[in-house]
Write a protein that binds this ligand. Structure first.
Ligand code: PGA
Length: 253
């Protein structure tokens, strides 16, 4: 049995003060939910404050990016070493980074390597754009992204993959649960080719893209879907709590 994982990607939202308020609003109830791993991914500048607030609770912390060099003249970047001790997870290869910051599969690969090297757990994001989806290229794109990101990397239990069709992100138009389940099954198949059946059965693969408390139950009822990477809805305490609690309920059966 894979432990479902719900991660909140706050993106470039919340000041430190607002981040603190948001955590204070949900941490009590969030901490109590069992059978789901709960991860908050605030902006870099709020990692410390949020980390202090969640303390030794069952809530986990993640960053939204890193740079693949350990240190040096890279103005404005954050290195993997700087995140060690501050958080456990790091979102890598998010489509917004690929799009706005021109991150390639090669860069995502370097970032995944750099994260694993220091013991951070990557949440590796992949997903096709609308025109690729409409051209029937979902399988091709996702295969390229997964293989590209993991090239030369040994199997690591800490790895989480998030399938996020770009057209579903922030659009209010989520994929259907069948679509998501099919593509996630494909990703699991690619992982089994790369690392073997046992590994691919153990690794957690999330769905992401317009997940809300109203649709999460349908996604996590699918056999291949092990949770969600949540953007917009993770900024509303009651929504995020609803998503986590419904996941716990659905996976308990
Ligand atoms: P969304 O974002 O839930 O707002 O669609 C998901 C994501 O980008 O991780």
């Amino acid at each position: 049995m894979r432990l479902p994982i719900i991660a909140g990607n706050w993106k470039m939202n919340t000041t430190v003060e607002q981040a603190i308020e948001l955590v204070q609003e949900m941490r009590g109830r969030l901490d109590k939910v069992e059978g789901v791993e709960k991860v908050l991914c605030p902006p870099f500048i709020s990692l410390s404050a949020v980390g202090e607030l969640i303390g030794s609770s069952s809530i986990r912390l993640g960053a939204q990016n890193l740079y693949f060099e350990e240190k040096g003249a890279y103005t404005g970047e954050v290195s993997p070493l700087m995140l060690v001790g501050l958080c456990e997870y790091v979102i890598l290869g998010h489509s917004e980074r690929r799009h706005y910051f021109v991150e390639t599969d090669e860069m995502v690969n370097l970032k995944v390597k750099a994260a694993l090297k220091v013991g951070l757990k990557p949440i590796l994001c992949v997903g096709e754009r609308l025109e690729e989806n409409e051209a029937g290229k979902t399988e091709e794109v996702v295969t390229r992204q997964v293989k590209g990101a993991l090239a030369g990397i040994a199997p690591s239990e800490g790895l989480v993959v998030a399938y996020e069709p770009v057209w579903a992100i922030g659009s209010g138009k989520a994929a259907t649960e069948e679509q998501a389940n099919t593509t996630i099954g494909l990703i699991r198949h690619i992982l089994s080719q790369l690392y073997g059946e046992q590994f691919s059965q153990a690794i957690r693969i999330q769905y992401g893209g317009s997940v809300t408390s109203a649709n999460i139950a349908e996604f996590v009822a699918q056999p291949e879907i092990d949770g969600a990477l949540v953007g917009g809805a993770s900024l509303i305490a009651t929504e995020f709590l609803g998503i986590v609690e419904q996941t716990a309920k659905a996976k308990r059966g």
